[in-house]
Design a protein around this ligand. Sequence first.
Ligand code: NAP
Length: 283
Amino acid sequence: MKKPTDTYKLYNGVEIPCIGFGTWQTPDGEVAVSSVRCAIEVGYRHIDTAQVYGNEESVGRGIRESGVSREELFITTKLWNTNHTYDRTMSTFEESMKKLGLDYLDLFLIHWPNPAGFRDRWQSANAESWKAMEELYKAGRIRAIGISNFRPHHIDELLKTAEIAPMVNQIRLCPGDTQDAVVDYCREHDMLLEAYSPLGVGRVFDVPEVQAMAVKYGRSIAQVCIRWSLQRGYLPLPKSVTPSRMAENLKVFDFELDPQDVQMIADLKGCVGFAADPDQITF
Ligand SMILES: NC(=O)c1ccc[n+]([C@@H]2O[C@H](COP(=O)([O-])OP(=O)(O)OC[C@H]3O[C@@H](n4cnc5c(N)ncnc54)[C@H](OP(=O)(O)O)[C@@H]3O)[C@@H](O)[C@H]2O)c1
């Protein structure tokens, strides 16, 4: 990878820009519009949103205001936890498309495998949603379909009824939280790993070992983390509403971390906490 528009290739051949721009907790309205527009202006070509972020409409406006053509962009949204039925997957997909102002989507993900509202039947709920997503994929409405926060037992269950295997699993991957079992499983199944919260939702800035690493390489803490994510083979999704940080977070292609430092950052177990257990979430 040499620049942010370089791509990973999914198993179906679709290319996905190697850094994505996160929008969780980016307030709907002018902040989301200007953040997305500015992110595209500074060079991001991959935007990550979700139904539950409540900002799809503003993200769509930011995309349009950027003036960059649709084919140059890669847009992801995610099915929310209350929508795990065939009909709700179909209808809320259309709602998302309308809000985003798009006629096709690049990537649609099931956000969580085991929502509180479907705990007694998460397996069939995921199977239903997946069937709808497969149909949308086959109809050309979505270029790739995937999952988020799924662990191996959730994927095994999904694969029992899936015709098309997920192309992506988006999970929390950041210093000290490397979810090795999930990563190994996804790699064996040819699923790209997208790394959410690559900066530990901002908590990594307080970690002394990562601070020292930034000094060693003469880079910012954020740049060290994003570079680390890429060198681990993940696709990082840093979020910022601050234009200077958006640009800073893309300048990660002109230095390299030594392998022992990559391992050292991985080994900072729990330095910014661990991913939530998807079978215990309360939403
Ligand atoms: N699938 C899922 O369940 C899931 C869960 C969580 C996140 N995600 C996705 O992953 C994206 C990223 O994760 P995240 O939002 O949790 O957090 P993150 O990207 O790890 O961290 C974002 C925080 O870091 C700050 N920041 C960014 N760049 C910085 C820099 N260069 N210097 C100093 N501070 C900086 C941001 O501040 P400012 O914004 O104020 O600049 C913000 O407070 C999300 O936005 C979302 O798209 C997905």
